[in-house]
Design a protein. Structure first.
Length: 135
């Protein structure tokens, strides 16, 4: 399951910061995936959309959406994806903020998108994914 939202914040770093602050306040586990998570390891991929793993039903709270400055949308700049497994919410960056999903899941999300930019980013991540899987 997944839901789309349109956040007022367009700057990626500010968007991540707002997500971190607000979701922590509401005790919602989350992690970046897709292009934004790839951006943390390789600065070449930039997209307007932010994809996060979190439980989509937790984003039905109007107060939460107000604080995020987000509203439901058919397509938007925030996509909330049901985590495929608990490991999806385990941070893989060694950073405090923002949390990012395991690289193998980020790689899979990029391949799932199946567009040229996502495929190129996936190819750039592949050596790091293979290094972690074989380590």
């Amino acid at each position: 399951a997944q839901r789309h939202f349109q956040m007022k914040i367009t700057d990626k770093t500010e968007r991540w910061h707002r997500l971190g602050e607000v979701l922590a306040k509401y005790d919602i586990a989350w992690s970046l995936t897709g292009a934004d998570a790839a951006l943390l390891t390789d600065p070449h991929l930039r997209t307007d959309q932010t994809e996060v793993y979190a439980r989509p039903d937790e984003f039905e709270n109007p107060a939460l959406l107000r604080e995020l400055q987000a509203q439901p949308a058919v397509t938007g700049n925030l996509q909330v994806i049901e985590p495929p497994a608990p490991i999806a919410l385990a941070d893989d960056t060694g950073r405090q903020e923002p949390p990012a999903a395991q690289l193998v899941l980020v790689y899979a999300e990029l391949r799932y998108r199946d567009d040229d930019q996502a495929n190129e980013a996936a190819e750039l991540l592949l050596p790091q994914v293979l290094e972690r899987v074989t380590a």
